[in-house]
Design a protein around this ligand. Structure first.
Ligand code: ATR
Length: 274
C-alpha cells in the first residue's frame, strides 16, 4: 500500500482524505491517505519523516504551499508561475535511495475543469478575478491558457493586483487594479479573496454581470457565501469552490497514480455531507 497525505496546519477539517479514499475505491488503487498536521516551524522535517516512513506523495495546504515549493528538486511550469506547490510527488530510485521531489500545483487546473464541467465557456470570456493573494496566483496560468478575451485582477490593495498581472502578462490579456477599476459587464467573476471568511463583500457595482454570467467563489460551505448570494440576486449563476476542490484532488491523484477518477459521484457525496 502506497502512502499519501495532506499536510496543513490546521488540517483536521480537510476533506482530502475522504476524497482520495473515494478515488482509490473507484479506481481500485491500493493507497492510504491521511491528514498530517505539520509543525509551523518545520514543514520540511515533517515531509522528510513521512518519506522515511514510505510516503510516496502529498498534498499541501495552508500555510505550507510556499515552503513546499522551496523544497522541490523539480517544478512543473504552472507551479513555477504560482510560486507555490499543492502536490508533492516522490520520484527516483527506491533502491539507491536517490529520491527526487517533484512539485506541481493543481488548483488552477481544478478550477478550469470545474468551470468546464459546468458548461462555463472560458474562451473569449470577459473575466474578473477578485483578490491578488496566493489563491489567485495559483490559478492564473491555467485560466489564461483557456484564452479568455480579458482578465482583470482586482484587489483591495491595487498594487498587489498590478504586480500579479505584470507577472502573467506574457500569457494573455491580463490587467490589474483596485476595486475602482472594475467595469462590467463580465461573463465570469471569480472570488479569490478571503473576504467570504469574514462574511465581507468587496465593494462591487450592481451591474457587474453580463447575461448568462457565472459567479465562482473559491470558498464553500453548507450555505452559499455572501458573494454568491449577492451574485445570484443579480442574475448570475453561482458556483462554489467544492467542485474545484474535488477537481484539484483528481488531478493530484492522476499525477500520482496515472488514473483519472470520475469526479461527479464524489462531488455529489461530498455535497450531501456538508
Ligand atoms: P490566499 O492565499 O488565500 O490568497 P492571501 O495571500 O492572504 O491569502 O490573500 C488574501 C486575499 O483576500 C487578498 O487579495 C486580500 O486583499 P489585500 O491584498 O488587499 O489584503 C483579500 N482580502 C482579505 N480580506 C478581505 C476583505 N475583507 N475585503 C476584500 N479583500 C479581502
Amino acid at each position: 500500500t502506497d502512502r499519501y497525505c495532506v499536510f496543513g496546519h490546521p488540517v483536521g477539517h480537510s476533506k482530502s482524505p475522504a476524497i482520495h479514499a473515494a478515488f482509490a475505491e473507484q479506481t481500485g488503487e491500493r493507497i492510504e491517505y491521511t491528514a498530517i498536521e505539520a509543525p509551523l516551524d518545520d514543514f520540511a522535517g515533517a515531509w522528510r519523516a513521512f518519506v522515511a516512513e514510505g510516503g510516496r506523495g502529498a498534498n499541501v495546504t495552508v500555510p505550507f504551499k510556499e515552503e513546499a515549493f522551496r523544497l522541490c528538486d523539480t517544478l512543473s511550469g504552472r507551479a513555477l508561475r504560482a510560486g507555490a506547490v499543492n502536490t508533492l510527488i516522490l520520484g527516483g530510485n527506491a533502491l539507491s535511495n536517490a529520491f527526487k521531489v517533484y512539485g506541481d500545483t493543481t488548483d488552477g487546473v481544478g478550477l478550469v475543469r470545474d468551470l468546464e464541467r459546468n458548461g462555463v465557456a472560458l474562451t473569449g470570456a470577459r473575466v474578473l478575478v477578485l483578490g491578488a493573494g496566493g489563491a489567485v496566483r495559483g490559478v492564473l496560468e491555467p485560466l489564461l491558457a483557456a484564452e479568455p478575451a480579458s482578465v482583470l485582477v482586482s484587489n483591495r490593495t491595487a498594487a498587489r493586483a498590478n504586480t500579479l498581472a505584470e507577472d502573467f502578462r506574457d500569457l494573455g490579456m491580463i490587467h490589474g487594479g483596485g476595486f475602482g477599476a472594475v467595469q462590467g459587464p463580465y461573463d465570469l467573476v471569480i472570488n479569490g479573496t478571503s473576504a467570504s471568511l469574514a462574511g465581507d463583500l468587496p465593494p462591487l457595482p450592481d451591474e457587474l454581470f453580463a447575461d448568462g454570467a457565472t459567479a465562482h467563489d473559491m470558498m464553500y460551505g453548507a450555505e452559499p457565501t455572501v458573494f454568491l448570494r449577492w451574485a445570484a440576486e443579480r442574475g448570475a449563476r453561482p458556483l462554489d469552490g467544492l467542485g474545484m476542490l474535488v477537481e484539484q484532488a483528481a488531478e493530484s491523484f492522476f499525477q500520482w497514480r496515472g488514473k483519472r477518477p470520475d469526479t461527479a459521484p464524489v462531488l455529489e457525496a461530498l455535497r450531501r455531507s456538508l
